[in-house]
Every structure is written in structure tokens, then in C-alpha cells.
Design a protein around this ligand. Sequence first.
Ligand SMILES: O=c1ccn([C@@H]2O[C@H](COP(=O)(O)OP(=O)(O)O[C@H]3O[C@H](CO)[C@@H](O)[C@H](O)[C@H]3O)[C@@H](O)[C@H]2O)c(=O)[nH]1
Ligand SMILES: [Mn+2]
Length: 755
Amino acid sequence: MTLGSRRSSTVELEKEDDEAPLLFESKEGKWGGAYKLFACTIFAGICMILVYRVMKMPKRGEEGRWGWIAMLWAEVCFGVYWIFTQSLRWTLLYHIPFDHRLFQRYGENKLPGVDIFVCTADPMLEPPNMVINTVLSVMCYNYPSNKLSVYLSDDGASELTFYALLKASIFSKHWIPFCKRFNIEPRSPEAYFSQHYCTIKNTQEWSSIKKLYEDMKSEIELVVEKGKVPDEIRKQHKGFSEWNSKTTKKDHQSIVQIIIDGRDSNGVDDDGFQLPTLVYMAREKRPNFPHHFKAGAMNALIRVSSEISNAPIILNLDCDMYSNNADTIQEVLCFFMDQRQGHQLAYVQFPQHFNNINKNDLYANSFPVSYQIEFPGMVGEGGATMFIGTGCFHRRESLSGMHFKHYNNTPKCDINPNININTQDQDHHKMMRRSVEALIEASKGVSSCGYEEGSEWGKEKGLVYGIPVEDVVTGLRISCRGWKSIYYNPKRAAFVGVAPTTLEVTLIQHKRWGEGLFLIFFSKFCPFICGYRKISLGVQMGYCAFLLWAPLSLPTIAYAVIPAIYTLWGIPLFPPVTSRWMLPFLYAPLATHVYSLLEAMRCGCSIKSWWNSQRMKLFRRTTSYLFSFMDTVKIQLGFSETKFDVTDKVASEDTMKRYEEEVVDFGSSCSVMYTIIATLALINLFGVIGGTKKVLEDDALVLQVMLCVLMVMLNKVVYEALFVRSDRGCLPSHVLVKSLVLASFACFLLPYFLC
Ligand SMILES: O=c1ccn([C@@H]2O[C@H](COP(=O)(O)OP(=O)(O)O[C@H]3O[C@H](CO)[C@@H](O)[C@H](O)[C@H]3O)[C@@H](O)[C@H]2O)c(=O)[nH]1
Ligand SMILES: [Mn+2]
């Protein structure tokens, strides 16, 4: 069976609606003109820096030539990168939906079905209780339940997760009517009960539902702790028969269970309303078949859902991202169903918000500047935005791989315009209602390892394989296939997730991102090649501002090391304070950083969180992205394969305490990364100590010493972790020894080798 042949996959409008009021409007951001002028002055500064570098380059044999060349190279890199980031700031475009018009125009019956995919990969890193909270939150959307289907993909193939989902399906019968009756938010029970005391009039009902939730939660926790579902529970559901002693995460058959069949008249909640369909899926995995991580899971979900519900709109969520607004689907449909532009739209991306960011966002895990400026900036450049893996609504056709021109050329009446989805479908189901068993059989077939062999999945169809940021590359390809996309950041966050709480986890996560993004740059999906004449130059450059994180590590390391070492050697790399050339060297970096601070504050960051983000930028570039860079090179040369380290979403109490107190937690296992961080911090400390004396003799070293002082200020937390702290999150003594040896070598012995 081919995709989309059974049910309509089209959200389209009839011609007569052409005159009707639009379902959304677009607005340009303010203060564009002033910014453009300001950016031009910075650009002039950058050019003058480069001119000075080339003019004053020491001759062959003269002192400092290599350092000078390295600085020139680093400044060229920063300059080019800065230009790329400008394309994300030139024209900001925001979209505002009019959701009240949607129901007015279509009524409930004419709205399309929505399939919701939730992915999980490991019951230890992603606790089943967290997963079902996400599932429950999306089962409660203010949207006709018979049009909602929720699919959980479990790459951990864990009976614990399955058990939790069964429990959640029972609890949902009480939870959904409770949410709708009292119109509560958010609808993830864990989030709701942790944020609210009884806010509703009927306290008895509130307490009883809270008790139900807590009982379920502790029952699940008990089973998870045991690591095994007890036999008496296993007997209660035939689904457990899929697990036997040989089932492991990496080796098992396809498991598909329709836990709630939305067509079934028994599938109703306490108030007698239909429940959404709920499906558990663990696609087949075998040791000798690559499974392609999340991209593989998503592709299996696309196919399995096409057998079961085949809704034209797909929402995709990570297991830690619960829905925080029950009206999100309506808002999104305003975009997809708008008569003027809706048909061109492939996806609507929401930002990722987190509920566990500490006061000043110590690890710079939230991206307010990206979400409030850079993403709308990319939309402003050419109607495209990045797909970032979670909190994204897709049109099924585009996600499955269809080109816009083919979609647009398909006569819409042949594949049922959305107007008829509901009524026709139900008749359709009555007529050719496949039994649950038949649906499960078909689903198992399409989620088996063999199904993808020799097929176009992962290449032309579905999410792209081979790149650990499957999301970004897939979004880019969709844009290159002629589709538009919208970025939407509503006032009330639509989705809320969990951010890493230790430095180590953040650095590892960024290593994966950096590597994946850089791999895109080298693949056939490089925006300048794949996007040539398909997406605007601004969007191509905007993508590169992200794709080039990894190589930017090299100039950053050069800038963090060379000035400090050359200070100790007494060799100047910058113009003296008395020279007029000093001006661009002061202006360009100062203006960019002051601007970046203002921009962050405009997005609601505190000064301290901006400062933290600058430190994290340094840490990430000198460690995560350096490893991303090296691994990408290895992969390109064929020495290594891509992998996906799942982000740990649980933290010990000790760690949480430090996180809340905003004390950097270095953890224990990333010692190579920490050695680099500590070595750079020490080199700059030596630079300041040795340089202060020299500055008094030679004013040519002033800028260099200022740079070292800035680096030392950024690295304050590192010195504390090395010399002062003694808790479990500090830096171990072997890191101190190694970094001292390395830093001393670079500062004091290297000159003897080089001379
Ligand atoms: O083999 C795998 C690995 C991961 N996942 C799921 O993918 C999601 C994202 O994984 P996570 O470890 O949380 O990574 P993050 O870095 O937090 O994820 C961001 O970056 C990823 C790409 O690197 C995107 O896939 C995600 O959607 C995006 O939120 C989670 O729900 C996982 O359960 C799978 O289903 N199968
Ligand atoms: Mn995550």
C-alpha cells in the first residue's frame, strides 16, 4: 500500500473561500533600519581590522609572523561568520493566527485529523513517568478526540514503558474529562500538580484525581525500580506476550499495540466521550540492520500511522516535551488552512521551552535570541525556518518526501479536500473497517527492518538518515523542495521540556549537534548546493550560521590561546594604544558584544544570563565543537560512523542542588573536555599575571592583556572548581595536574622549541 492512498492527506480549501477573512496575518519586526546602519559600521570595522593585519604582517624571519597569520585567519573566519549571522537579523517576520475564525468557518466536522508522534529511546534516561505525562498532555487537546491519534515510538523496546502507557490509557479516561471540564492548564498531570494547588471549586474531585495520578505514578515507579513487570500484571494484557527473555533493546521483532482504538465504542472516557486513538510501537531492530536512531523511529511512525489513522497533519514531540497549551492545534490549523498561503506550507515549528532552567540559565540551554530574533529572521529572508525535531507540525506529504510542485499539481478533488475528511472517513471506515488485528499486522509489516531495505526511506522519503541532526537536514530538504515553513512563538509556550542540568550533558548534546550540523554542510544538502536557486541566499547563509558551529572552534581556540602566549613572550599582536588602528580593534568586538547584550535583554535575559551564555559559548566552541569537528573529519574520511547519544533527563539530588544554586557542575566523565577548558583558563591566567608587568614597559601589549583579563573573568568558575571548591561537581585533581602541565608547556617551553 502506498502512503496516503486510503485517506485524504490534504488540507486544502475550496475556491469559494477566496474572499473570506484570512486565518493569519504576518507582521514585520520593528527597528530594522537603525539596525542595518549599525551593522554597516561593524562591517567597516571588520574590514579595517583585516586591512591592518595584511598591511602590518611581519616579514619572513621577523618575530611573531606565525601568530600574526593565525590571528588574520581567525579574524577572517569570525568576519565571514558574522556576515552569516546578519542574514538572520535583517528582516524579522512574525505570524499571528486568528483561531476564533477557524471554528467559525469550518465547524468541528470539517477539521482534519492530527497524528501525534512521541519518541522515546531508553527507560533509564527517559523515565516512563515522564513519557506518559507527555502522552497524556497531548491526549487532552481541545480538539475533537476522534480526530486525534497518539503514537508512542519506543526505541528502548521496554515493557516498562509499555506498562506505563497502559496505565496512562486507563488514567486518561478520568484525566481528559477533568481537564476539559475545568479547562485547566497545563495538561501534563505532573506539571499541573506541581504548579497548582487546588484551583477549582470542587476540591473533592481535585483531590480524588490527584490521588489517582499519584497512585498510578508510584505503581509505575515501583515496577521501574524492579526493572521487570510482575507476572500477575503481565497476564492482564495480551500485549506483554511480545516480550520474552530474549527481547533486548537492540534485538527484537516489531511490536505494535493499539491500546485505545478510537473507532471502538468502548473507548470512551468517564463522560462518555470518545477517547483519542493510542498506539504503542517499537519498530523491529536487529543487530545487523542500522536503525538510524530517531530518524528511523520517525519514518516507522510515518508508515505505521498511515496504516492506522493517516491524518494529514502530524505533530512530532520528544518524550520530554509536554503540551502546555490545549489550543495549539487550532492555532496551527489557521496556518495550514489559510486560503491564501496555507497550501504551500510544509511545517510550523514552535520554539523549545524548558521548565527547569535556573535563574540565570547557567548552561545557556534556552535560546531566547534564536527564538525571538534569528528564527523569525530566517522566515523574513525567504519563508523558511529550521525544523528542530520537536514541537513541529508537519503536513504528511511534505514530511514523507513529496515535492511541492507535485503536490500542487495534484487535482485536489481527486484526493478528497479536507472538507470531507471526517464525514467521508467515518463512512469509509464502516465500509472497509479493518479489524484491529489487521491494522496491527499491517503496521508490523511496515515497521520491520526488511521493509526499508532497498527502499527510498531515509534517502528520498521521510526523515534523512546518516546525520545526527535529522531534523535540521530534513527541514532544509523540505524547503529545497519548494515548500514554505512558518515559525510560531506564541505568548504562552506551546511545549515545555527538560533541559540538561550538568555541564557534561550539555557539552555532549552540543557535540552531537555540532557534528550533525557540520555533516550537513559537507553533504549534498549543503545549503549553497542543495538550496541554490531553491531557497534565497539569505536563508542559505542563515542555515550556515548554525551549520558552521563546529569549524568555528578552531579560530576560537586560536584566539583564546595565541594572544596570551604571545603576551608572555612579549610579542605584540595588536596595534599599540597610541595608534589610530586601535579604533577598529576596539569598536568591532565591543559593538558586536554590546549589541548582543542588548539583543539578549530585549528577549528577556538578565545581564548575568547573557554573561553565562558568553562563557558557555567559549566552553562549547573549545570542547564540544572541537570534537564535533574532529569526528566530522573522521566520518568524512570513513574512519567512524555517526551516533546519537541520548540526552540524560534525570539528575541526582546532589546535582539538582548545585543546579538550583547555579554552581557549575563539572561531573566526572568528560575529563578530556575539562582538561581543555582548564588548560585554556590557566594559559590566560598566566597571560594576565605575566602580562601586567610587561604592559608597564610596552603599551603595544595593552589589547592583548585586556583580552586575557576578559578570558580570566569568563573563566572564574573554572578557577573555583580547580582550586577552591571540594564538592562532587568540582574539577578532579588529575584534571588540574594535566592542565597545569599543558599550560606550562605552552607558555614557557614552547618558545624554546619554536626558536
Ligand atoms: O535512537 C534514538 C535516539 C533518540 N530518540 C529520541 O529522540 C528524542 C531526542 O533525543 P534527546 O536525547 O532528547 O536529544 P536532544 O538533543 O534533546 O534533541 C534535540 O536534537 C535532536 C537532534 O540531535 C532532535 O532529534 C530532537 O528532536 C531535539 O529536541 C528523544 O525523545 C529520544 O527518545 C529516539 O527515538 N531514538
Ligand atoms: Mn531532549
